[in-house]
Design a protein around this ligand. Structure first.
Ligand code: PLP
Length: 464
């Protein structure tokens, strides 16, 4: 029997829920594994100074959430994830019972977890661990690390010289240092009319003026860019050419070339966010391949490996890369070297590619499930997209749908979150597919959303 001691310090609310939540966290953290037998109700109650009834309620709640299985006379055991649909559905719910179809994240499990553990162990066992933990001379990462990480994230063809690669603490950080290197407070920075909200947050922080450029189902419209460049004199364009967030568009080659020609004419540097590129290997050549002298290419490990690693790269012409590296130094000295070492290990041992490929396959499976459930609606997607962009049926207004879905404990993202141009994407929502822990949980959330979409908003009671 496991001598499991839940840590209840600082947990508020009913004791039974505190015990259940502590159990969920310890399973998640790998401190308890499938098949582990838990202490008896009486034993745990005694050690925690609570009643036996409290422990019974806690175990009961954990069983309902699919964390435990109980066998009369044998005790309670940590359940193997993914065994029974009904139980697994519960595990995909957020702590407050919300089905999360709002965050572009991907669950880590199975072989990935083992690969991460092995890479962390490897770095932890290094004889030069104190050197790894020290300040590094090179803010943008050691040469070997930069090359390893960039090889995985953007491919060996993306630079001519290692000095063109700067290591960043993820794409959001890469975007921050690139913007800081390229724009002054008050400058207009162009982007797609709907874009990744982290861009707007940064533009605000850096006192830049973001301006949206019209886009359609194929991405940014070159003619609209030409007009915006002429009207504003902007010198920077932030672009997600492959699997655009939120519209999932992939810019066709012709448009990429037109955009490059416009950027050259107007002296505009393109910041190309390729965080989803690994999901669409068939996408046309990157903007950076077409126009390396005027592009900052950003790649990151958040979608292909895990967001907690906080490692990415920015690839830019040498002089610009040096300016970006100076901003890495100014913002955080250096991306955490142990994390860079972990990513390097994953890359050099081959696990990074395996994990990225597993994630791509998982994205394909989830997208297929989403199409099965929501296929009759007007959806923009891609076979490996981690989110969908949906035009709501006519009888729904965006705001009403968002509040009705909230009442049903389903989190989706409204168009306004992405809109740089007021009103862009009106009556659309983004549905992310990576949040729920299991396929069953995903299906459950999507079905609840489909039921809602099929209903007439006026006929829904206020309490629903
Ligand atoms: C287009 C885009 N860029 C950047 C990010 C954030 O990347 P990171 O976690 O590497 O900072 C996201 C996250 O969803 C994204 O969608």
């Amino acid at each position: 029997m496991t001598i499991w001691q839940p840590r209840l310090d600082g947990r508020r609310g009913p004791r039974y829920l505190a015990i259940c939540n502590a159990l969920a966290e310890d399973i998640e953290a790998g401190q308890l594994n499938s098949g582990d037998r838990l202490p008896t109700h009486r034993d745990l109650a005694f050690r925690l100074g609570v009643t036996v009834g409290t422990v019974s309620r806690a175990y009961g709640e954990a069983t309902r959430r699919g964390l435990l299985s109980g066998e009369v006379g044998r005790g309670s055991f940590v359940r193997e994830p993914g065994k029974e649909e009904s139980a697994v559905v519960e595990r995909g719910l957020l702590p407050h019972g919300v089905v999360d179809l709002s965050l572009n994240q991907a669950p880590v499990g199975g072989m990935e977890r083992d690969a991460f553990r092995a890479a962390f162990d490897h770095v932890g066992q290094r004889r030069d661990i104190s050197r790894v933990l020290d300040y590094q001379f090179d803010a943008g990462g050691s040469e070997a690390e930069r090359v390893a990480v960039a090889t995985f994230l953007v491919g060996v063809g993306a630079w001519r010289d290692v000095d063109e690669i700067v290591m960043t603490a993820g794409v959001q950080h890469g975007l921050m240092v690139a913007l800081a290197a390229l724009a002054e407070p008050g400058d207009v920075v162009l982007t797609e009319a709907l874009t990744y909200p982290g861009f707007r947050a940064l533009a605000n922080m850096l006192h830049l003026r973001p301006q949206g450029v019209a886009l359609d189902g194929h991405g940014l419209i070159p003619e609209a860019l030409e007009e915006a460049c002429t009207a504003t004199g902007a010198r920077v364009l932030y672009l997600i050419p492959t699997l655009q967030n939120p519209t999932t568009a992939i810019l066709p080659r012709g448009r990429r070339e037109q955009i490059a020609a416009i950027a050259r004419r107007h002296g505009v540097v393109v910041i190309e966010d390729d965080i989803y590129g690994f999901l669409a290997p068939e996408a046309p050549e990157r903007m950076q391949a077409i126009m390396p002298e005027q592009t900052v290419l950003l790649g990151g490990t958040s979608k292909s490996l895990a967001p907690g690693l906080r490692i990415g790269v920015a690839v830019a012409p040498r002089a610009l890369a040096a300016r970006i590296a100076a901003r890495v130094r100014a913002s955080l000295w250096m991306p955490a070297p142990p994390m860079a070492a972990v990513v390097r290990r994953l890359v050099e041992g081959g696990d990074a590619l395996r994990i990225a490929e597993a994630r791509r396959r998982e994205a394909v499976t989830r997208e297929r499930i989403a199409r099965q459930v929501l296929g009759r609606y007007n959806i923009a997607s891609h076979p490996a997209s981690v989110h969908l962009w949906m035009a709501l049926p006519e009888h729904w207004r965006g705001r009403d749908l968002i509040s009705a879905s909230r009442q049903r404990q389903i989190a989706v993202t409204p168009a306004e979150t992405f809109a740089v141009t007021r009103g862009a994407g009106r009556d659309h929502i983004r549905i992310s597919l990576g949040g729920p822990r299991s396929h069953a949980a995903l299906r459950h959330g999507l079905r609840a959303l489909a039921d809602l979409l099929a209903a007439e908003p006026d006929l829904l009671g206020p309490a629903m």
